[in-house]
Write a protein of this length. Structure first.
Lengths: 350, 365
């Protein structure tokens, strides 16, 4: 079992508050992602869990027992960094075996061989075991770094942007492999990234961090479908969510400076608010309620991003395939009412 | 306004080619993107057009005039770099005005022109600020304004969005395209980001290893890639590519599945493939149709949410992973046996040795 719990963790660097009462709990066998922009506190959180950084307040507990006083080496975590720290003159095999030969472990060579072979198979690097790591590609090196964490069979994997140095294609395939591996191994992992697509695609649950505070914790569906505030709504999803200033007008919400309006949903609605519409929830239909003008098209192959002007507002929508829309032409569309988001002017979800 | 012609343009460093002989005509008002991984020769090509790099061989024509050996400043071309390269001791206004002052323009001309471009880029409120106090996106807007202010015959842009955050990149991408639609200045734009290339380019020139792989519209390079490199490089993820063996009327796929050959391909395959019948079958993730009675058997490797849709990753008998675009509520256990078909009009074939696309019977598909 490996439950990891952070209870009101605060961490300061001189005058700066890096973490402000961060509480979260990672379940056994969970793939937990910390998502946020640079400086949000993601890496600091990871380092506090590993014991590489001492918190100023709060507690870290593994399986219900506090580890606050334990040294990093005694916490049984394995760290995978963005920069692969491999020994260039050793073979892949010796790099993988290295942590198991350390004075702390000194496992028998037979056990080492078995663990190294098995990790290499899972990471599809069996054919590279005798090669010097200096002669590997970036993707192969990152596989070896991950392998070096796997052989240790730690209580938890702590991964700090391990894919961000790789090119887009490699990142895509390694992302899927890592997820498959984690699910089939049942290992507990905490993964730090600033890349929303990595978070959405890999996580069982995501904690979104902003300026040292938790903005939201939830499954990828929760985060995407019910963002707690405009920060989360804008961080997740490409193209970005449309946020439109709106005013309550009788039974309707009218989008300012545009003909768009929607019925007022149940529950409290202030006089002025922000209406959130994901690009795919703008549905182009020949008998659509609203009319707009095509301002720009961006054909991506699988879909086309369409910028539609309605009144003084420009909406970003996506439509499947390579759409042949004429610039300046008129289009009709509907808004998927059941998928709209409402935020108050402070950005909080209503 | 200008056309740009590259005729047998090449660049050698010693014995090695940075760019192998390249022919390309860029039409007046066209937005052409040079796309490829780092080291493919795209930036060298751009620098040769600008005159910052001398050609080893070949000719460069601007509006029919041979400019191959003209100094960069005599080419009437504006260059926008990835790094903003603004003068830090000057205000945004002074930075933008600088190229016109250097040309000795009249003061009221300069004032009018600076106002015009800053309105277009919506930076009027920033004109008195120093570059260091501006955000990355605003610095790049000022750099763009400085390039635009001259009304050059052509714009050359080298990864102008490369240094920006993802959120800025998306909106700046649209802004630059909007700007182009208004100005219609001939533009050559370098990037390694295929999404940027697709979104912005009238045509895309895809390069790899110093060689042009394909020149085409976004639709061309997406649906009819000329070879395996382009098929993999365009799209995220790239095209699914499965090795199979052609037999009269069908392709034998890993795991024994027999995929029927869609109408219009048999003759082409008979003619193009070698005796062993080996062929690569290509199809985009949106061509995958999960069906109980599908032709191809696979097991679930993983699935993941991308926001508005999900991606289902399926493992074939030989370990190949196929990516299928599916509805956003997909939730399949790893290892589950599944079957799928490929939408027949989206199937493409490639020669495994030459890696070239096979053309359908009767020419283009």
């Amino acid at each position: 079992m490996s439950n990891i719990a952070l209870d009101t963790i605060t961490k300061r660097f001189k005058e700066t508050v890096a973490l402000d009462e961060v509480s979260l709990s990672v379940k056994d066998q969970e793939f937990f992602v910390l998502l946020g922009p640079t400086g949000a506190g993601k890496t600091t959180t990871l380092r506090v869990i590993a014991g590489l950084e001492k918190q100023d307040g709060g507690h870290v507990a593994f399986d219900g027992a506090t580890v606050d006083t334990l040294q990093p080496a005694d916490r049984d975590t394995a760290f995978v960094f963005q920069q692969y720290s491999l020994y260039p003159n050793m073979t892949v095999y010796d790099n993988l075996a290295f942590p198991l030969r350390s004075p702390l472990r000194r496992l028998p060579e037979a056990t080492i061989r078995q663990r190294v072979t098995s990790a290499a198979e899972k990471l599809r690097i069996s054919h590279l075991l005798e090669r010097k790591t200096a002669r590997l590609s970036g993707g192969e090196m990152q596989r070896v770094s991950i392998g070096r964490a796997i052989v240790r069979q730690p209580r938890v994997f702590l991964m700090d942007e391990p894919l961000s140095n790789l090119d887009a294609k490699l990142r895509e395939s390694l992302r899927v492999e890592l997820k498959h591996l984690q699910k089939t191994q049942g290992s507990t992992s905490i993964f730090v990234t600033h890349d929303q697509i990595e978070a959405l695609t890999m996580a069982d649950r995501i904690a979104v961090l902003n300026e040292g505070r938790i903005a939201q914790i939830g499954t990828p569906h929760d985060i995407y479908d019910r963002p707690a505030n405009t920060f989360v709504a804008q961080l997740v999803g490409t193209p970005r969510i449309n946020l439109l200033p709106a005013t309550r007008l009788g039974t309707h919400l009218g989008v300012d400076k545009s003909p768009l309006d929607v019925p007022i949903p149940e529950g409290y609605m202030p006089e002025r608010l922000l209406l959130g519409v994901r690009p795919e929830d703008i549905r182009l239909e020949s008998n659509g309620q609203f009319t707009g003008t095509v301002a720009l098209t961006e054909p991506l192959g699988v879909e086309t991003i369409l910028h539609i002007t309605a009144g003084e507002q420009t909406l970003v929508s996506v439509v499947p395939g390579v759409a042949a829309y004429v610039l300046g032409g008129s289009v009709r569309f509907n808004l998927a009412r059941e998928r709209l988001h409402y935020f108050d002017l402070d950005g909080k979800r209503l | 306004m200008a056309t740009i012609d590259l005729k047998q343009v090449e660049k050698k460093f010693g014995e090695s080619h940075a760019v192998k002989p390249l022919n390309l005509t860029i039409k007046d008002g066209e937005f052409v993107v040079l796309l490829g991984p780092s080291g493919c020769g795209k930036t060298t090509t751009l620098r040769m057009i600008s005159g910052l790099e001398a050609v080893s061989n070949g000719n460069i024509l601007l509006d029919g005039r041979d400019v191959t050996w003209l100094h960069p400043s005599q080419r009437d071309i504006a260059f926008v770099f990835q790094f903003f390269a603004l003068y830090s001791h000057m205000s945004a206004r002074e930075n933008i005005a600088f190229p016109l002052q250097a040309q000795g323009e009249k003061r009221d001309q300069i004032t009018a022109r600076v106002r015009e471009v800053s309105q277009m880029l919506k930076i009027e409120h920033l004109l008195e600020a120093r570059p260091s106090s501006l955000s990355g996106g605003d610095q790049q807007r000022v750099a763009l304004a400085r390039a635009l202010v001259r009304r050059p015959a052509a714009f050359l842009m080298d990864e102008p969005l490369g240094a920006l955050d993802a959120e800025f990149r998306e909106s700046m991408r649209a802004e630059i395209k909007q700007l182009h639609l208004r100005q219609h200045a001939t533009t050559v734009y370098v990037t390694h980001d295929q999404i940027e290339a697709m979104a912005m380019g009238d045509r895309i020139v895809i390069m790899s290893n110093a060689v042009v792989q394909q020149v085409g519209t976004p639709q061309d390079v997406y649906h009819n890639p000329s070879n395996l490199f382009v098929a993999r490089f365009i799209g995220s993820p790239g095209m699914n590519l499965i090795e199979g063996v052609y037999r009269a009327g069908f392709v034998q796929l890993p795991g024994g599945a027999q995929m029927n050959i869609p109408y219009g391909w048999n003759t082409a395959l008979e003619r193009s493939l070698s005796g062993d019948g080996k062929v690569v079958v290509g199809f985009r993730p949106e061509a995958v149709r999960v069906k109980d009675d599908g032709e191809i058997a696979a097991s679930v490797y993983a699935d993941d949410l991308h926001g508005g849709y999900s991606m289902l990753h399926l493992e074939l008998a030989n370990g190949t992973i196929v990516h299928g675009r599916v509805g956003r509520d997909a939730n399949y256990p790893i290892g589950l046996a599944m079957r799928f078909d490929i939408a027949p009009d989206m199937i493409r074939f490639f020669h495994p040795k030459t890696e070239a696309a096979i053309q359908a019977d009767g020419g283009a598909s």
